[in-house]
Ligand binder design. Structure first.
Ligand code: UT7
Length: 329
């Protein structure tokens, strides 16, 4: 019997309708379209004015079920990556299952910041590969505007809100998730963190006054780690699987900074045409970036295409996933 692999059989994204452009941000903090564009590649991002992460996730999941003609009652499991859950508990996956009518599913949240989607798809794939489950939904969603400090120009310009979801189903043609390399280094906490709101610094008047509930990032340090590790792990998964740059059809990189994406593509020997990029319109949506890329490029993907998904984020967390695309749109 052929080995069962976990194939993506559909992808759907959701972004809120409201747009926050670089020019809009220049009215709020001391920045400019020129600075943001040249340093990051971002022109605008979507912001969710009302609602929570689960509301974006539910839109993506409902669209996914519709386009794949899937009965919500057939979904076995939801693995949802986010750092901006609706509540500390219950989990956003839990709420999503209720809101999307996934009555027979259970689910859990997975927190790996910008690497959330690659951690989550690698996890979800295991339940398919064992033969235990037939339909697993993997979601990446973040409402970053809920933890952004609009007095901190170094962070508020880079993030946006968005969600994406994929359906994983068993495949016996060798398509789907083939391999992954996942890494973590908790010593990175000092460079990228939401300092308060957890058990170390529970909410107090002081934590609020000190603006400790917002994202804090030492951009230059994170950049250094990101640019090296994302490029290295992407090259490593190619070596491990004997893939040359000609074998790779698409790099699906985390959308944090165009300069990090370019460095990763260069390290892999890939030309620009093979790199998925949508950072200019959504910014960094944290766990949302990779499924939003797949959604945007879905029509260009062909059955059998070789994809490398790659990300780096808070933790630090990073890694790469090698997968073979399973359908033509
Ligand atoms: O996705 C999760 C992982 N995160 C990342 O991968 C992000 C990695 N880091 C980055 O992408 C970049 O470090 C940033 C885009 C965040 C910042 O770019 P940078 O080229 O590293 O800038 P910097 O932080 O070194 O700051 C350079 C200058 C500073 O001014 P001085 O000290 O040279 O006078 C900043 O104060 O740019 C200033 N600056 C700004 N100026 C205009 C910082 N933010 C802004 C801004 N507008 N928004």
């Amino acid at each position: 019997m052929n080995k069962i692999t976990a194939a993506i059989t559909g992808v759907q994204g959701f972004v809120p309708k409201d747009v926050l452009s670089n020019e809009d941000l220049a009215k709020i903090v001391d920045t400019s379209d020129e600075w943001i564009t040249t340093r990051t590649g971002i022109k605008e991002r979507r912001i969710m004015k009302n609602g929570a992460s689960s509301d974006m996730a539910v839109e993506a999941v409902k669209g996914l079920l519709e386009k794949t003609n899937t009965n919500p009652l057939e979904i076995d499991l939801v693995v949802l990556a986010t750092v901006t859950p609706d509540y500390p508990f219950p989990s956003t996956a839990n709420l999503l299952c209720d809101k999307a009518g996934l009555k027979n599913a259970w689910g859990f949240d997975l927190k790996a910041a910008c690497s959330g989607f690659i951690y989550a798809i690698s996890t979800g794939a295991q339940f398919i590969e064992t033969g235990r489950y037939k339909k697993v939904i993997v979601v990446g969603v973040d409402k970053m505007t809920s933890i952004l400090d609009y007095q901190d120009r170094a962070t508020c310009v880079i993030f946006g809100d968005g969600a994406g979801a994929v359906l994983l189903e068993p495949n016996n043609e060798g398509l789907g998730v083939i391999d992954f390399i996942l890494r973590s280094d908790g010593s990175g906490v000092e460079f990228l963190v939401q300092p308060a709101g957890g058990s170390l610094n529970p909410p107090t008047v002081e934590t609020v006054e000190k603006r400790m509930h917002f994202v804090k990032q030492e951009g230059k340090q994170v950049f250094k780690f990101a640019v090296t590790n994302m490029a290295e792990v992407s090259a490593e998964i190619m070596d491990k699987n004997n893939l040359t740059s000609d074998d790779v059809d698409w790099l699906v990189p985390h959308q944090a900074n165009l300069r990090i994406i370019d460095a990763t593509a260069d390290r892999m020997g890939l030309p620009k045409e093979k790199v998925m990029i949508n950072i200019e319109k959504y910014g960094n949506t944290t766990a949302g970036t990779l499924p939003l890329c797949l959604w945007d490029y879905e029509k260009q993907l062909k059955k059998g295409d070789t994809l490398i998904l790659s990300a780096f984020g808070g933790g630090f967390t990073w890694g790469a996933v090698y997968l073979k695309w399973a359908y033509n749109s």
